[in-house]
Design a protein around this ligand. Structure first.
Ligand SMILES: Cc1cc2nc3c(=O)[nH]c(=O)nc-3n(C[C@H](O)[C@H](O)[C@H](O)COP(=O)(O)OP(=O)(O)OC[C@H]3O[C@@H](n4cnc5c(N)ncnc54)[C@H](O)[C@@H]3O)c2cc1C
Length: 292
């Protein structure tokens, strides 16, 4: 089912959704699917699976999406990027996706692959931006529900907030919904949604939350996406790490994420998308006690 229909059917009640990344090695898949099943108990409205993010293999995405959608009964969004894209390759991907009953795609430009520098160079003039991919998907599969990425803190390549909002508006004009980049200050999410609404964009913008598991992974992920971490949170994580080690640090990350989710839902966000990092225990304890 289309994600936007699922959201509509939920009738304004807050929902949860989860992002997973496909494990690179097939022998890690059984454990991965156990993680999916454990988090399925929280009744997510849908889940999403990344595509080649951080250097991951693109082909695994299809198989993992197919496994979750068909065998685990969860509505699954496949991420798809312009990296190594060609019309044939994307057509083939979409045909396989729809053949397993998946009807949702998160259309992205992607980042430069590992070892290819910091500047994104399109592999193909046809697919320079996420908006090119959206147009292609719409032409080939009008039945697919298309989501896009958007950035409450502007995308690192955007020269200004105004320019960033301009392209977010353009993409959301073509697509059906958006999922945000991670952020730690809820005010910037609500301000961003207001800026879009002021320009007539009222499609669902689902905020995404990262429950930080460790100082090391926080630094790695922030390095990849360019989001800012509040100094107070960073200090608390570093103090916990120095005094109590990994478990104490994870607790700080969990507590922060739980409060952030509460604030987002109380403030009127339609739901929350959790970057799970494929960690069931960490996510389960973040969501423990939250009344959804
Ligand atoms: C929720 C989410 C999920 C993600 N999942 C993945 C994943 O699975 N795999 C992966 O590799 N990466 C993923 N990413 C990272 C994403 O690929 C990067 O953030 C990338 O740098 C930008 O992707 P985009 O789709 O926003 O690109 P675009 O929309 O193309 O935007 C890139 C830059 O160009 C500007 N821009 C946009 N359209 C135009 C236009 N038509 N003309 C001129 N300028 C324009 C934008 O303002 C922005 O500065 C994800 C990001 C988010 C937020």
């Amino acid at each position: 089912m289309r994600v936007t229909d699922l959201i509509r059917q939920h009738q304004g009640k807050p929902f949860l959704s989860f992002e997973f990344f496909p494990p690179k090695e097939a022998d890690a898949w059984p454990r991965f699917f156990e993680t999916v099943d454990r988090l399925k108990k929280l009744d997510p409205l849908f889940v999403s699976v990344t595509y080649g993010a951080g250097g991951g293999a693109q082909d695994n995405t299809l198989e993992i999406v197919s496994g979750i959608q068909q065998d685990h009964g969860l509505e699954t969004i496949s991420h798809l990027t312009c990296v190594q894209a060609s019309e044939d390759r994307i057509s083939n991907f979409l045909a396989q996706l729809t053949s397993v009953g998946a009807t949702n795609v998160l259309a992205l430009r992607g980042d430069p692959p590992k070892g290819c520098g910091d500047t994104f160079v399109p592999d193909n003039e046809r697919f320079r931006h996420a908006s090119d991919l959206i147009e292609f998907i719409k032409e080939q599969h009008p039945e697919i529900c298309i989501g896009v990425a958007c950035y409450p803190e502007p995308h690192p390549e955007s020269p200004s907030v105004k320019e960033d909002v301009k392209w977010a508006r353009h993409k959301l004009g073509l697509a059906d919904f958006a999922i945000t980049q991670l952020f730690f200050d809820n005010r910037i999410y609500f301000e961003f949604v207001e800026k879009l609404a002021a320009q007539g964009v009222n499609k669902p913008v689902i905020p995404a939350v990262l429950p930080i598991p460790s100082v090391q992974s926080a630094k790695f992920i922030l390095g990849l996406c360019g989001a800012n971490i509040p100094g107070k949170l960073l200090l608390a994580l570093e103090k916990a790490d120095a005094e109590g080690g990994v478990e104490a640090t994870a607790e700080v990350g969990r507590d922060f994420a739980r409060e952030q989710i509460k604030g987002l839902l109380e403030g009127g966000a339609p739901g929350v998308h959790l970057y799970t990092l494929n960690r069931a225990d960490h996510c389960l304890s973040v969501l423990e006690g939250l009344d959804l």
